[in-house]
Write a protein that binds this ligand. Structure first.
Ligand code: UGA
Length: 438
């Protein structure tokens, strides 16, 4: 099959590379000339484990190519995926669909022969119908169907998530489009991946409902963590205790500083707006959005309290990305926490294994950038773990003791056990567990 992928962001690039690895011919199209030029040289625009190798091998095999020319890109395609960005619209929290509709118009003008136009971008209910209307209006003669095929991959585990998904959801009422989509995903049938064929509206809503549910689950355990701290319980034990119930499940019950990233914050807000507009207010998700925003602010207060005030203090910060294995800092807790600490009089020395370039764009010269974890700690009043990168999981605590000024650790990801820190003379503050001091 021949596929055109419009948009080479996270979803577009990973999906395009994986489809080509399945054996399909894929052309990735993007308006950003610099990005396409770099991709042609094998340079990835994002950090995603294994992506460079996957792209390289499929380009070499002649199954994957890149272009800025949409007409050239979609020529002869059986399926055209729209995987452009849908940022939050400034001011009202709605998803901004400008790029999706612009892509639809351009696709319309270049359609040639029966094609399935597939929305992979996360789009509100009704967007598929609007894409169909745009194309039909410009090209009453064209043979096409518009399907919805939301993507559920996670950054940092994107390739594995694409190739071994829990399910594939396809929304279309056209038997011909179903056939094309089945053929595209046929390689997954070996693993017996469930394919959910449904209406376009249902598929569109399924994506938002999935992300909103996961964001709710995280916020639930985060608030359980707050209660644990007050009553002397342990959130990790509670999470295990409830997660073993098959109806609840153990995943996404890790308490932390609040969810971030390019999806949960944006999609929860968009769903709240869609629900309100539809006259069915989604009060739980509104509460989740509010609680998560408040939580990120509260995390700075927690660090300040652990240090008994940070005026003139030097804080070592480990991790800036919103989660490990990505350089993405969109809505990362660090973006809320660090400015609050600086405002309270702290100086920050930080290290992240992948997001230092990204961090410079956000923090400029307001913080000091270090080359490794230990370099952040010289003379520090506290060591703060913000992102649970693997390399922060087995730090040399004895060495840290010799570097810092005060032995205080604030572990917002519960990477360590209190019992590990005590012998090294640290006061240890974590999430949903009692703070300990030597
Ligand atoms: C999320 C979903 O997990 C994907 O299924 C979805 O496809 C994607 O959004 C999307 O819509 O594109 P992602 O944003 O890459 O993926 O990251 P997650 O691994 O889901 O983490 C999101 C946030 O939740 C992070 O800030 C993470 O630290 C936090 N989190 C996650 C917790 O605080 N606790 C947990 O137990 C799990």
């Amino acid at each position: 099959m021949r596929i055109a992928m419009i948009g080479t962001g996270y979803v577009g690039l990973v999906s395009g590379a994986c489809f080509s690895d399945f054996g399909h011919g894929v052309v990735c199209v993007d308006k950003d000339e610099g990005k396409i030029a770099r991709l042609k040289q094998g340079k990835m625009p994002i950090y995603e484990p294994g992506l460079d190798v996957l792209v390289g091998s499929n380009v070499e095999a002649g199954r994957l190519s890149f272009t800025t020319d949409l007409v050239e890109g979609i020529a002869g395609a059986d399926a055209i995926f729209i995987a452009v960005g849908t940022p939050t619209r400034r001011g009202d929290g709605f998803a901004d669909l400008t790029y999706v509709y612009a892509a639809a118009a351009e696709i319309a003008d270049a359609l040639d022969g029966y094609t399935v136009v597939v929305n992979k971008s996360t789009v509100p209910v009704g967007t598929g119908a609007e894409v169909e209307r745009i194309i039909r209006e410009r090209r009453p003669d064209a043979a096409f169907d518009v399907a919805s095929n939301p993507e559920f991959l996670r950054e940092g585990a994107a390739i594995d998530d694409f190739k071994r998904p829990d399910r594939v959801v396809v929304g279309t009422s056209s038997p011909r489009a179903v056939e094309v989509m089945r053929e595209l995903y046929r390689p997954l049938s070996l693993n017996e991946v469930p394919m959910v064929f449904t209406s376009r509206e249902t598929a569109e809503l399924t994506k938002y409902a999935a992300n909103a549910f996961l964001a709710t689950k995280i916020t639930f355990i985060n608030e359980v963590a707050d209660i644990c701290e007050k009553v002397g319980a342990d959130v990790q034990q509670v999470a295990r205790g409830i997660g073993l119930d098959g109806r609840i499940g153990a995943k996404f019950l890790h308490a932390g500083p609040g969810y971030g990233g390019s999806c949960f914050p944006k999609d929860t807000m968009a769903l709240v707006h869609t629900a309100r507009e539809a006259g069915a207010p989604f009060t739980i998700v509104q509460a989740v959005v509010d609680a998560n925003a408040a939580r990120k602010q509260a995390m700075a207060d927690r660090i300040i309290a652990a240090c008994n005030g940070v005026q003139g203090a030097r804080i070592s910060v480990l991790g800036l990305a919103f989660k490990p294995n990505t350089d993405d800092m969109r809505d990362a807790p660090s973006l809320d926490i660090l400015p609050r600490l600086i405002e309270a009089g702290a100086t920050i020395a930080a290290f992240d294994p992948e997001s230092m370039d990204e961090a410079r764009k956000h923090f400029g010269d307001t913080i000091t950038y270090c080359d490794d974890a230990y370099a952040t700690m010289a003379g520090a009043d506290a060591v703060v773990i913000l992102t649970e990168w693997n390399e922060f999981r087995a730090l040399d605590l004895k060495r840290i003791g010799g570097l810092v000024k005060r032995r205080i650790m604030v572990d917002l990801r519960n990477v360590y056990q209190p019992s590990e820190l005590i012998p090294h003379g640290f006061a240890y503050h974590s999430i949903g567990r009692a703070s300990v001091a030597p």
